[in-house]
Design a binder for this molecule. Sequence first.
Ligand SMILES: Nc1nc2c(ncn2[C@@H]2O[C@H](COP(=O)(O)OP(=O)(O)OP(=O)(O)O)[C@@H](O)[C@H]2O)c(=O)[nH]1
Ligand SMILES: [Mg+2]
Length: 459
Amino acid sequence: MSYDTIAAISTAVGEGGIAIIRVSGPQAIEGTARIFRSRQELGSAATHTVLYGHIVNPRTNEQVEEVLVTVMRGPRSFTAEDVVEINAHGGVIAIKKVLDLVLEQEEIRLAEPGEFTKRAFLNGRIDLMQAEAVIDLIRSKSERAFSVARKQAEGTLSRRIKSLRQTVIELLAHIEVNIDYPEHDVAEMTGSYISTQCGIALEEIQRLLKTANEGKILREGIMTAIVGRPNVGKSSLLNVLAQENKAIVTDIPGTTRDVIEEFITLNGIPLRLLDTAGIRETSDVVERIGVERSRSALEEANLILFVLNYNEPLHEDDRKLMEAFQGRQVIVIINKTDLPKQLDMVEIEQKFSSDSIVRMSVLEEEGMEGLERAISAMFFQGQLDANDLTYVSNVRHISLLKKAQQSLLDAVEASEAGIPIDVMQIDVRSAWEYLGEIIGDSVGDSLIDQIFSQFCLGK
Ligand SMILES: Nc1nc2c(ncn2[C@@H]2O[C@H](COP(=O)(O)OP(=O)(O)OP(=O)(O)O)[C@@H](O)[C@H]2O)c(=O)[nH]1
Ligand SMILES: [Mg+2]
């Protein structure tokens, strides 16, 4: 397929040592050559080489920038098209001037967000799953999430989906031959054969889905709300975990009025921490809005860190809060253990299991390992496996895998109920299509546009 030529600044906008403009498409080399002066012709440069020279305004012959230009001829490039990358000095003005000149060239236009990666997909260099992993790569906030995304971008997961699809298509072929040529005795198409083949595919789907929970957490972080009454040390906890003074801490109850968010990794576990206003009845208008925000953070969170003060008896407000914890993942943090005991632990131990109660003194930074262990146990069934990085982490992929699973289960059920194979054929075919959607084999344009619009400009 052939497209027009696109260009964009591919580095983050702002001050930096260098900035890079990427140009991709049939006019990339010729178009750039018109505004580039060097000892060597750009058009005759060997692929994957770098030329030193100047960007000039062809109308005035004025030198605009001193640059290095890289030529990568398709298909061995990011987009599989001819690509030119112009390395200029960092700085908004310089790079903008160069980009304007590039865009003045015939048949070159500004790229849309994600359009370079989209071309890599449309030109068949990567599949949809790999393209989506590129978004994750850019966005990953922890080293582990990065490693998982890199594996996906390399196609590890795609290969497993493809071989899964192979299993399903073989089954489908058998069924179809049997429907079309019943007189041919193709490996007897009994119900049990279908069940066995579906079983093989279902097992693999099961294995993949088992990684989904953890994969999703690694990708997005555990949304964690720190809640509790005023002054128990919520903001202090956020600061200690973030290792910086993000939130204001004072001994005045009602210090925090808004929700403060911070992304941290606790021994490899990514957390999206939300520090909230202490929950209590109050007549202060601003504080009341804060308390309301705390409650909605509480609703949305995957994990609640419920902080109590060891130095205070349990309060009616605490009991009310606990009622909202039904069916939620809660870790109780008994804070200020450096102070004398006032809290009746018996009532708490009745309500929460002992491995979800953690004693801490945030002030003396004691008890952090306990918190880490409690979170690990709750979300990762023990230790994080450092080696196996094949996770399904994208919500779209997870939901398609579940749909494929359901279709196969329906096929098995139908075969066990002795329903004619024509009917099973429909289920097996939809399983095959759902799996195809994951890697982008049978998806519509609108979905493709939606996925790539999540990218930043220049990627
Ligand atoms: N002794 C002791 N004091 C602590 C500890 N943790 C926090 N504090 C103190 O308790 C006070 C309140 O701490 P904050 O972190 O502001 O409490 P908060 O829960 O965020 O309070 P609000 O924002 O008002 O809801 C501060 O004076 C902290 O220094 C602890 O482990 N031991
Ligand atoms: Mg606070």
